[in-house]
Design a binder for this molecule. Structure first.
Ligand code: GCB
Length: 612
């Protein structure tokens, strides 16, 4: 979506009505935590509804009467039949996945109804929004027995405006979350991670003035280290205002006039200390309209791909990374809190990283903010994973929405340098078209960042010599090439990497976005024995030796920081439904391979290999 189109959608789609009369999701509000908020987190009542009886009758037709769970109806007499009761159905914590909160829900895929009550008195003409950090995968939201709208996609935020619907007392909010997998979804039915269901991120009431600063971009212009270029979007009946952009620390104040759509664009010079992994400098940036003001902590840096180099603030950089799933550090289950993020990213720092790949879907916002503070460059990704319905226009729209919402949420984070649009997707005409659309969307929504995808190269063997060729047609559209390979685990022996050379005709930087192998923490033996820590250690040694010989390699994010749950990994005694490719066990213990990679990253850092 172009910036112009995005601006028009933002202003034109202010709560429009669906065919069924429910308000649809409102335009996303940037930087929720800087607003006047009330948390709705805590224990919610929850009904597990595997047959969807809470909204469908026995002919599978939508229920309109008091049998619908969102009515939260109570029997009026002893003889009246009502077959549900939130008050006696148990509770689930929000935010949180349901799978790890009740043993019986570990493998559950279906609907769960959540309910909580709240009182709220807003002041004057202020507006009130209901914000969800994420619900996996689908959410239908009801307030006081009426539908607010629906949202699809398990890892992106969404808002509803409830200004005219909220009551001072006794509001009841009901959410049906459904995590059933579907072929047309993004991701589709097949993944290698746990399908954690639930209201997995915080739920917040956000009160804003009648006309408020809905969104903004304050970043450096592409290719510049001193020119700030951006825009802001007001939402409300007074779109034309004089807005001040202030960075007090450097004595900067700029004035912007917004137009009749509430949009204002700006570009001005600034003498800034640039953000980098060694010095993750953030400034307090204030956006003060006449009716509203928002404060953010923003870093400024430039990022480019030049030939085979990735260039940060004008200097080539090597990305010493690690891939991370959004799983809590020392307990199985979705991570969501600042503490979770601090621990996971702290481990990456300890490993010697300056870069993290947040796989395979948008992680929570606090993770990005933590990366900003800790000085870790970020690869962010949408769950276009393995096989998707490439021919299905709805599936494409869904992927585009998820990509756009991730960009809207995170585009002010200096840490974020790469958007990845896909992981290990099989080449075909339909897939190429689908991905080209996403690449174009990412470039036009945010021309300042690099776009990548985790591709798969293929092997050519000629007279004993093995070369791996990176020749996915999509590579010509990308700024940075990602590549996943599992030499030594899914194919070949670890030592065979020694004889492998890599070839790419593109003259672009490559990140080895995955490599690795499984090891069960504490299981020791010969380096040729699968599942031992020694096997994984040996695999890393051969991998690193091979990677050093790739002339166009500019980064890596081995798979993966920590063991994570996966229903595909069933081998008893070793996997037990965990993917064991972590450098940390699921309890946070370091495996031997951790130290191999740490040593390698220290050497790179000491040699100032490509700076940073
Ligand atoms: C991959 C996938 C990743 C898997 C990994 C594995 O190629 O991108 O999601 O978890 O392989 O462990 O096999």
């Amino acid at each position: 979506m172009t910036n112009l189109l995005r601006c028009l959608t933002f202003t034109l789609c202010l709560p429009f009505l669906s065919a069924r009369g429910a308000a649809q999701v409102a335009p996303l509000i940037a930087n929720i935590n800087a607003r006047q908020t009330t948390s709705l987190d805590g224990q919610w009542q929850a009904i597990v509804d595997p047959y969807d009886v809470g909204w469908l009758d026995y002919r599978a037709q939508p229920l309109e009467n008091n049998h619908a769970f969102y009515k939260n109806y109570k029997p009026q007499s002893e003889s009246e039949l009502v077959e549900y009761d939130f008050d006696t159905s148990g509770q689930l914590h929000v935010p949180g996945d349901w799978n790890t909160q009740r043993e019986s829900l570990l493998f559950y895929e279906g609907s769960v109804w959540y309910k909580r009550s709240f009182d709220y008195t807003k002041s004057g003409k202020n507006r009130l929004f209901l914000h969800f950090g994420a619900c996996n995968y689908f959410a239908a939201v009801y307030l006081n027995g009426e539908e607010l709208g629906e949202h699809e996609g398990g890892f992106t935020p969404f808002d509803f405006e409830i200004t005219d619907r909220v009551r001072a007392h006794g509001n009841f909010l009901v959410v049906r979350v459904n995590n059933a997998r579907g072929k047309d979804q993004v991701p589709t039915v097949n993944t290698d991670w746990w399908n954690y269901g639930g209201i997995t991120r915080p739920v917040t009431l956000v009160e804003v003035p009648e006309t408020f600063v809905q969104d903004y971009l304050v970043q450096l212009e592409k290719g510049s280290t001193h020119q700030i270029k951006g825009w802001l979007q007001l939402n409300g009946p007074q779109p034309q205002q004089t807005v001040k952009i202030r960075i007090a620390e450097i004595g900067l104040v700029q004035t912007v006039q917004t137009d009749s759509n509430g949009r204002g664009e700006f570009s001005f010079g600034a003498d800034l200390t640039l953000w980098s992994p060694e010095n993750p400098k953030l400034y307090t940036v204030e956006i003060a309209a006449e009716t509203d003001q928002v404060i953010d902590r923003i870093g400024f840096r430039s990022i480019e791909a030049r030939g085979t180099d990735i260039v940060l603030n004008g200097k080539p950089v090597f990305l010493r990374g690690i891939s991370i799933h959004e799983e809590a550090p020392t307990r199985p289950g979705r991570a969501w809190s600042e503490d979770d993020g601090r621990t996971l990213l702290g481990w990456a720092r300890e490993l010697g990283c300056n870069f993290v790949r947040l796989a395979h879907y948008p992680h929570n916002e606090s993770m990005l903010r933590m990366a900003d503070q800790m000085g870790l460059m970020v690869w962010a990704e949408v769950p276009v994973y393995w096989t998707i319905q490439w021919e299905n226009p709805q599936t494409l729209r869904n992927a585009e929405n998820q990509l756009n919402d991730m960009i809207v949420r995170d585009e002010n984070r200096a840490a974020l340098i790469i958007y990845s649009v896909a992981n290990e997707t099989p080449v075909s005409e339909a897939r190429n078209r689908f991905l080209r659309q996403l690449i174009q969307d990412a470039h036009s929504a945010d021309p300042t960042r690099l776009v990548s995808a985790a591709l798969q190269a293929h092997e050519v063997t000629e007279r004993e010599r093995i070369t791996i060729h990176l020749d996915d047609p999509i590579a010509s559209d990308l700024d940075v090439l990602g590549n996943n390979e599992y030499i030594g685990w899914h194919s070949r022996r670890p030592d065979e990497a020694d004889a492998i050379d890599w070839v790419s005709p593109y003259g672009k930087p490559m990140i080895m976005s995955e490599f690795g192998g499984d090891a069960l923490y504490g299981y020791h033996g010969d380096a040729r024995k699968r599942w031992t820590e020694e096997y994984q250690e040996n695999l890393y040694e051969h991998q690193l030796a091979m990677l050093k010989r790739i002339p166009f390699l500019r980064g890596m994010s081995p798979w993966v920081l920590k063991d994570f749950r996966s229903p595909r990994r069933v081998l008893p005694g070793f996997q037990d439904y965990f993917n064991r490719k972590g450098l940390f066990s699921d309890h946070g213990e370091k495996k031997k391979a951790f130290f191999v990679l740490q040593k390698f990253y220290r050497e790179l850092q000491n040699a100032q290999y490509l700076s940073n």
